[in-house]
Design a protein around this ligand. Structure first.
Ligand SMILES: [Zn+2]
Length: 400
């Protein structure tokens, strides 16, 4: 009987999406969960009203651009997709990763992004930018992709997305990604409250409004739009920055990486456990320090796993404090992200379209659950174990 009910459920869920669905996934980098109201994003608000909006999208740790964009398109914590920070060190490879290095060497990435999952199952994919979307993972990319270039006009990205969706069926992608960086750039430079951020939000809101109109009026296939951001933004202060050179770190024993909100020490080959412990003690005993040292317990609760990319000692700042390598005269107030347990780090998640149940209510949730949701919309089988749970967003799919 149970088996019968199960197959009945499967039957209904399959019939609900009998028509092939298309997904357009857009990331607005650094768009904080409350920018819609704060900076009056009318078009994005209208899309949210036509569909579903989460209270917030919780970034993975650390709340940086590359780890989060990869978690959104792989359903994995950074420890499992490989891109554990924007910049990090790998003790086994004895190499540093810097944002975008996967393009030259895709072995930095250790799992399948949604565009590869689609292509493997005969569904065409297109990316007009997404971090690491040019990387040739398992020997392939999306059918259509562009090499990242910041100056590419934002309107051109909208045009191309529409053009792709008007291609004949055999050539048309069913999963398309797009990416806008300007809101993040202005947030870093001026802080989340600045009028320049409002200007950037207004600019992107206009483009998203045009995209939505054109998806509804010019494209013949059923398109579901998903708007996300990788993280939010919070103010930081120039007079509260920790000079990295002031930290008593033995560079003969440790490789260091300054990621602004964290300062990481990786033991070099030959550095002993006792030397790591002694270094940790030295940092802990610093008087009047304005950072903490992450415990393994906290890290493992945030999805961090032991491995060559995990630093041996991680110093963590809390906003408005950051780590800096700049001389005092060139430090500026502004904004950043990378912290955790800070509501300002929440991004947005909004989705609307023919397969979306607009009556669903959605609390804050972790961005690792978006991948299985997209797979379900596209009718794709998951090919690997993932950290994300398909149940979290299942109520968003019509008749599910
Ligand atoms: Zn970002």
């Amino acid at each position: 009987m149970k088996r019968f009910l199960l197959s009945l459920c499967l039957f209904f869920s399959l019939t609900a999406l009998a028509e092939e669905q298309t997904v357009v996934l857009i990331s607005i980098d650094g768009f904080r969960h409350d920018y819609i109201e704060k900076h009056d994003a009318k078009n994005i608000r209208a899309i949210a009203e036509a569909g579903v909006r989460a209270e917030g999208l919780i970034p993975v740790y650390p709340s940086k651009t590359f780890p989060n964009h990869l978690s959104i398109v792989t359903g994995q914590y950074p420890a499992n997709h490989g891109i554990v920070d924007n910049n990090f060190y790998d003790k086994e490879r004895q190499q540093r990763y810097r944002m975008g290095d996967g393009v030259e060497d895709s072995t930095w990435l250790t799992t399948l992004p949604i565009w590869n999952l689609a292509e493997f199952q005969g569904v065409k994919a297109a990316t007009f930018f997404w971090p690491e979307s040019e990387a040739r993972i398992n020997g392939r990319t999306a059918s259509y992709y562009y090499n990242y270039s910041t100056p590419t006009p934002n309107r051109q990205r909208v045009e191309q997305i529409i053009d792709w969706l008007k291609l004949p069926a055999a050539a048309r992608p069913r999963i398309v990604t797009g990416y806008f960086s300007v809101v993040d750039t202005m947030g870093h430079r001026f802080g989340p409250d600045a009028h320049q951020v409002k200007g950037a939000v207004q600019h992107v809101d206009q483009l998203i409004g045009e995209l939505w109109q054109r998806l509804n009026n010019e494209v013949d296939v059923p398109v579901n739009l998903i708007l996300v951001s990788d993280h939010g933004m919070t103010p930081i202060k120039a007079d509260q920055m920790i000079d990295e050179d002031s930290l008593p770190v033995d560079k003969s024993l440790f490789e260091t990486v300054n990621s602004q909100t964290r300062f990481m020490l990786y033991a070099k080959e030959g550095t002993t456990e006792a030397q790591i412990a002694a270094q940790r003690e030295r940092l802990l005993k610093l008087p009047n320090k304005t950072f903490s040292i992450e415990s393994n317990q906290v890290l493992s609760s945030l999805g961090v796993k032991p491995g060559p990319r995990k630093a041996d000692i991680i110093l963590a700042a809390e906003a408005p404090v950051t780590f800096t390598g700049r001389p005092p005269e060139s430090r500026k107030d502004g904004g950043t992200h990378g912290f955790y347990g800070n509501r300002d780090m929440d991004g947005i998640f909004i989705t609307a379209g023919p397969a979306i149940n607009a009556n669903a209510e959605l609390d804050r949730f972790s961005n690792i659950h978006i991948y299985p949701f997209m797979a379900e919309l596209l009718g794709l089988e998951l090919m690997t174990e993932i950290d994300g749970d398909s149940e979290v967003l299942a109520p968003l799919i019509n008749n599910n």
